[in-house]
Design a protein around this ligand. Structure first.
Ligand code: ATP
Length: 512
């Protein structure tokens, strides 16, 4: 969580003294109550209160009340709202009550009549610092999957999420999904002018449906650019929340949505048979798909089922032969690393982070590479994949907590991070790469082929049945083609342009 810092100074130092030393510009401190002040510091609001009741000192004549200063630093990020009501200034904020929980709390002081005009100006300044570029009073359509997270989503919404949205003066409209695919229908019908955000209290399945519902609208590209799709982490994986907000805490994610910055997100058209589906997270064929979708029968193991499923297949040296052809955009790890760190310091405006498709054109953008039924595009390069163990393409970095599969992934670079690993590598190498996923260092392993691509076609061979996973959902085991649309979708993130994952490391030096 954001913590209070006043760069170069002690956050708990007496701010009134600091103002004497001109640390704060004139007008940053508002005197309130009998003997208190509110000061806008560098990153936090400092509440300084002289409390007569809390401490007593002893002198020669006995116990005497004395002033005890209490100082509280509230990070601006956590400030939800502030207003003047009659003679009171009320500041509501998200108070950190444990490592993974914030709860609405408030600071309330009397403001004398002569100070009221000044207090209004001060509140404007506070809200400017609290929200920065982020939109205030967001209008949020909340979808709750009552079956997510072992049935906890409804409870978590009421306890952890709603109070934060209400305190931040967000307008909310809540609807529960009633059956599989309901979120597709709801998103397809939603009035995109009436909402800024669609927030799913769910796993990653509902955001996938919401993107696809918006994608079915007559004005799909416009709708996808208007409404931000976010997740309130109520599922088991919650990859979207980890990448956007760096958390799987519902209350912290709610705060991050209140303060989130609109961020264009690449979406991927998957064509298979005669269908076209949007993917926002990942596609896999081979060991990851099988471990993800083919271990349901050992769900009782909890998350250990993934480790177990992986090890069984590695020991057997399972291969998943395919025909694979990719449209390579960045071929080497060195160039990928450079592109990643260039983006780190790039603060280009949102309009420059989307492809050149015309958002007034009806439906989804035209496919540059055709569909799976078109001839293979001439600029797709065949990759030998007779011994493929794993094909994994990612649009976000973290696929689960501690699973930084795609450390170089960026929200709107117009590219997928495409990884292939042969199935016949040594068991030691396979296990080492499995262990190196946690911190993303598997990127640097020589047997991990990592490229940035804007499209690909994959055709499974030599297997009648198997697993294809798109955003964690099982798709028919048959060939498909993928094409990236730069910045077609919109999400909210903390940074406005990066994921909350450790990027590709080391920062300097070239990979292979
Ligand atoms: N009321 C409902 N009854 C049955 N299925 C539902 C209902 N509401 C939503 N669903 C379906 O539940 C599926 C899972 O949704 P969710 O977003 O929670 O993703 P998940 O990643 O599978 O969840 P988890 O992480 O808990 O496994 C989606 O396919 C969705 O259509």
């Amino acid at each position: 969580m954001a913590t209070s810092t006043i760069s170069g100074t002690d956050p708990f130092a007496d701010p009134t003294r600091m103002s004497e030393n001109s640390e704060y510009a004139e007008g940053d401190t508002l005197p309130v109550g009998r003997d208190a002040s509110l000061t806008l510091a560098t990153d936090s609001l400092i509440v300084l209160d002289e409390d007569f009741t809390r401490r007593e000192t002893r002198n020669c004549c006995g116990l005497l009340p004395s002033k005890a200063k209490t100082t509280q630093a509230i990070p601006f990020f956590n400030v939800l709202w502030a207003e003047l009501s009659n003679f009171d200034i009320i500041i509501q904020y998200a108070k950190t009550t444990s490592k993974n929980v914030v709860r609405v709390a408030s600071v309330n002081y009397l403001v004398e009549k002569p100070q009221q005009g000044y207090a209004k100006v001060w509140i404007t300044k506070l809200l400017d610092r609290a929200y920065g570029e982020s939109q205030r009073k967001k209008r949020i359509k909340v979808l709750i999957n009552p079956f997510s997270g072992r049935g906890g989503a409804q409870k978590w919404f009421l306890r952890d999420i709603e109070p934060i949205f209400v305190a931040a003066r967000c307008e909310i409209n809540v609807e529960r999904t009633l059956y599989q695919g309901h979120a597709v229908e709801l998103a397809e019908k939603i009035d995109t002018v009436a909402y800024d955000v669609i927030a799913s209290c769910s796993g990653d399945g509902l955001p996938h449906e919401v993107f696809n519902g918006l994608g079915k609208k007559r004005n799909a590209a416009k709708a996808l650019s208007q409404v931000a799709v976010v997740q309130l982490p109520c599922g088991t994986g919650n990859a979207m929340s980890w990448n956007s907000f760096g958390t799987d805490s519902c209350s912290i994610a709610a705060l991050c949505i209140v303060k989130g910055l609109r961020t264009p997100l690449d979406l991927i058209s998957i064509t298979q048979g005669n269908s076209r589906t949007l993917s926002f997270l990942s596609q896999s064929v081979g060991v990851v798909a099988e471990v993800d979708l083919g271990t349901e029968h050992i769900r009782w193991m909890g998350s250990a089922r993934f480790t177990y499923g992986f090890l069984v297949r590695v020991i057997r040296k399972t291969v998943y032969p395919c025909d694979l052809a990719v449209k390579i955009d960045i071929p080497t790890k060195g160039a990928i690393k450079e592109a990643y760190w260039n983006e780190f310091s790039n603060h280009a405006p949102i309009e420059e982070r989307r492809g050149s498709f015309d958002i007034e054109t009806p439906g989804l953008p035209e496919l540059q590479y055709g569909t799976i039924n078109s001839p293979l595009p001439s600029d797709f390069t065949p990759i030998p994949s007779n011994k493929l163990g794993n094909f994994y393409a990612g649009n976000m970095a973290l696929m689960a907590p501690s699973a930084n599969f795609f450390p170089a992934a960026l929200p709107s670079d117009g590219q997928l991070d495409c990884v292939t690993v042969d199935g016949d590598i040594s068991r030691t190498s396979a296990i080492q790469s499995f262990l190196a996923v946690e911190d993303g260092s598997w990127f640097n392993m020589p047997h991990v082929n990592y490229q940035k691509v804007s499209g690909y076609r994959i055709t499974p061979k030599g297997q009648k049945t198997g697993y294809i996973s798109i955003d964690g959902e099982r798709f028919p085991f048959e060939e498909f083609q993928a094409e990236v649309h730069r910045g077609l979708g919109t999400v909210l993130t903390r940074s406005g342009h990066m994921y909350e994952a450790q990027g590709v490391v080391p920062r300097t030096g070239q990979g292979s």
